[in-house]
Design a protein around this ligand. Structure first.
Ligand code: NAP
Length: 325
């Protein structure tokens, strides 16, 4: 029997790669250089493991009659045309849950860094070498404890953020389409409509998936509702926030600061106006980037990929093999 042909879009841990290579012929994009269009890799493929949010369109799938399995190493799969995969019976897997705590930790890291001026402090001491005497009047931030946190999109990651925020003695408001009274009772948190959440919160963190409904969910009108002392943390997907509206809100002092792990586009252009501001922290999509979590994600992605290739049930499925509408 001929071996499955698989393309992996970014280097994955060697031991996981070896397990895939034991059963498949693997082509992996090895360098950090810009990836060639996946379409160039698609035609002879049986399986695709995406590890960098590379778009996978219906047109690409049409050039790959053998494609059986798409495995996303990540929980968000907005870059894959799910309907097109469903119509073609292609299995689609992702890695939910395993990265929730890690991404929640990064959410708190961004929130705390913005509130307590960690980046300006680093610039002051280590970059500008300007700490020549103790000045008690510089870099005053905002209290995190006992402040109000608004969580937009309260699923696996939002819940993990809420647990951390409660431990910081924060008041927590959350917004999602389907209310969770059990979580309200368990954590002592409160449901709020989006408008009220934005008005009442000192910190707003975003954890919705990117969909048509959530694209530019936070724009000019929403930012205008926020407090002038508020911080926006986006660790969901860049397009959830209208970046030009965000620039205006930050530049005009409409909100105090932002800390984002994701941008639109991604990577953000080096001449993007947001990069000219000193009240925004931009991380290069590090939400799940820890040694332990990336290993677990790679393992799950491998299991999904191989199951899809063999026509077996995916352990972490968006679409099971042969799924037809
Ligand atoms: P999840 O468990 O599916 O949670 C998403 C939540 O968003 C759900 O509670 C859902 O509740 C809510 N939601 C969906 N559409 C909404 C809408 N239109 N308005 C309001 N709420 C809405 O997903 P997760 O595992 O927490 O991950 C969330 C997202 O985080 C992923 O999709 C991914 O894009 C992003 N992420 C980023 C990183 C990173 O490295 N920066 C890492 C991991 C994940 P309802 O259905 O009740 O509305």
């Amino acid at each position: 029997m001929s071996r499955f042909k698989v393309f992996i879009t970014r280097p994955i841990p060697e031991e996981i790669l070896a397990k895939i290579a034991a059963e498949c012929d693997v082509d992996m994009w090895h360098t950090s250089a810009i990836l060639p269009p996946i379409a160039e890799k698609i035609p002879p493929l049986d399986g695709l493991l995406t590890y960098g949010h590379e778009p996978v369109s219906a047109e690409m799938m049409d050039t790959a009659p053998n494609l059986k399995s798409i495995s996303v190493m990540g929980v968000g799969y907005d870059h894959v045309d799910e309907d097109a995969a469903r119509e073609r019976g292609i299995a689609l897997g992702h890695t939910p849950g395993v990265l929730s705590d890690t991404t929640a930790d990064m959410t708190m890291a961004l929130l705390l860094a913005a509130a307590r001026n960690v980046v300006p402090a680093y610039n002051h001491v280590q970059v500008a070498k300007a700490w020549t005497y103790y000045d008690p009047n510089i870099l005053w931030g905002y209290d995190v404890h006992h402040a109000t946190l608004g969580i937009v999109g309260m699923g696996r990651i939002g819940y993990a953020v809420a647990k951390r925020a409660v431990a910081f003695d924060m008041r927590v408001l959350y917004y999602k389409r389907n209310r969770r009274p059990d979580w309200e009772e368990e954590l002592g948190i409160e449901y709020a409509e989006l408008e009220h959440l934005l008005q009442a919160s000192d910190f707003v963190t975003l954890h919705v998936p990117l969909t048509e409904e959530t694209t530019h969910m936070i724009g000019k009108a929403e930012l205008a509702l926020m407090k002038r002392t508020a911080t926006l943390v986006n660790i969901a997907r860049g397009p959830v926030v209208d970046h030009y509206a965000l620039y205006d809100a930050l530049a005009s002092g409409q909100i105090a600061s932002a800390a984002v792990d994701v941008t639109e586009p991604e990577p953000i252009n080096t001449d993007h106006p947001l990069l000219s501001l000193d009240n925004v922290i931009i991380a290069p999509h590090l939400g799940s980037a820890t040694i332990q979590t990336r290993m677990k994600m790679a393992t799950m992605a491998m299991e999904n990929l191989l199951a899809g290739l063999k026509g077996e049930q995916l352990p972490y499925a968006v679409l099971q093999p042969g799924w037809h509408t």
